[in-house]
Design a protein around this ligand. Structure first.
Ligand SMILES: [Zn+2]
Length: 246
C-alpha cells in the first residue's frame, strides 16, 4: 500500500504580497518542501494588475522555471457589490460575510459572469507571457456547480474545492485541506490547535492539502504551528508539487 501524500500550495500570490510570498517560499525551501503551486491573482482587489508590475512578473517566471506551477486564482479576489447583491439566501450571505470577508469572488457568478472573469485572467496571463495555465482555484474555494464545466471548456485541467481536486479527464481526488486563519486572534488560536490535530485525524487519507496564505508567517505562534505541521507531513507522507503529478 502507498504511503499518503501531501500537496502544499500558496494562495494570493500578487505584487501586493511580494515580500510575504518571498518569505514563505524561502521558508518552505528551508524545510525541504519541493516547489508548490502558486495561486496568482491577476488584479488583486482591482488595485494590483500584474501587467503593471513587470518586476513581479519576472519573479513569477523565475519561480516557474524552478518548478512552481502558476495557477489562476480568480481575477480580483473580491466579490463585486453587484455580484453580492444577487439573491443567494441568508446562508450564502452569512457565509460570504463571516467566512470569506467578501473574498468569495466566484461564489455568486453565473456561467457567463464566471467565463468573463476567467477570460480577463487569461488575457492577463497572455499579456504577461506566463505560458499555458492548467489549474484554476476559486478564491476561498467558493463557486457554483457549473464552474468546472466552464473551466474544462476553456482548456483548464484541474480545479479545487473544499473537498478535493477535480480534473477535466481524471476522477475526482478527495483531499481534505489544512489552512491557518491569520485574520484575527480567535481564528489564529483555533487554527493553531486545529492544524496538528488535523494531520493525525486524517492519517488514513491518501492525499492531504496544506494551503498557505501570505500573512501566515506574520504571527510567531502560527509560524511554529505551520513549521511543525509541515515537518510532520514530511515525515509521514510524500510531497507532491502539483495536482498534475498525482
Ligand atoms: Zn485566495
Amino acid at each position: 500500500m502507498h504511503a499518503g501524500r501531501f500537496l502544499v500550495s500558496l494562495h494570493d500570490v500578487t505584487p501586493r504580497h511580494e515580500k510575504a510570498v518571498e518569505n514563505i517560499l524561502a521558508f518552505l525551501d528551508s524545510l525541504g518542501i519541493p516547489p508548490v503551486p502558486l495561486l496568482v491573482v491577476p488584479d488583486f482587489h482591482g488595485a494590483w494588475p500584474l501587467a503593471e508590475h513587470p518586476g513581479f512578473v519576472d519573479r513569477l517566471l523565475a519561480w516557474k522555471a524552478k518548478g512552481h506551477e502558476l495557477v489562476l486564482h480568480g481575477y480580483e479576489h473580491l466579490e463585486r457589490p453587484e455580484d453580492a447583491a444577487l439573491p443567494s439566501g441568508w446562508a450564502g450571505r452569512l457565509r460570504r460575510q463571516f467566512l470569506t470577508a467578501g473574498e468569495g469572488e466566484f461564489l455568486n457568478l453565473d456561467p457567463q459572469g464566471a467565463m468573463e472573469r476567467i477570460h480577463q485572467g487569461l488575457e492577463t496571463w497572455e499579456k504577461c507571457g506566463l505560458g499555458k495555465v492548467e489549474g484554476f482555484v476559486a478564491p476561498a474555494w467558493l463557486f457554483r456547480k457549473h464552474l468546472p464545466h466552464t473551466l474544462w471548456a476553456e482548456g483548464f485541467s484541474w480545479t479545487e474545492d473544499h473537498q478535493g481536486i477535480h480534473f477535466a479527464v481524471d476522477p475526482f481526488v478527495r483531499a481534505p485541506v489544512i489552512t491557518w486563519a491569520s485574520r484575527d486572534p480567535a481564528r489564529r488560536i483555533g487554527s493553531r490547535l486545529f492544524a496538528p490535530a488535523a494531520l493525525s485525524h486524517w492519517s488514513r487519507e491518501s492525499l492531504i492539502r496544506i494551503a498557505l496564505h501570505p500573512h501566515d508567517l506574520d504571527h510567531p505562534t502560527l509560524v511554529r504551528s505551520i513549521e511543525s505541521t509541515l515537518r510532520a507531513a514530511l515525515r509521514q507522507r510524500g510531497a507532491v508539487a502539483s495536482p498534475l503529478h498525482l
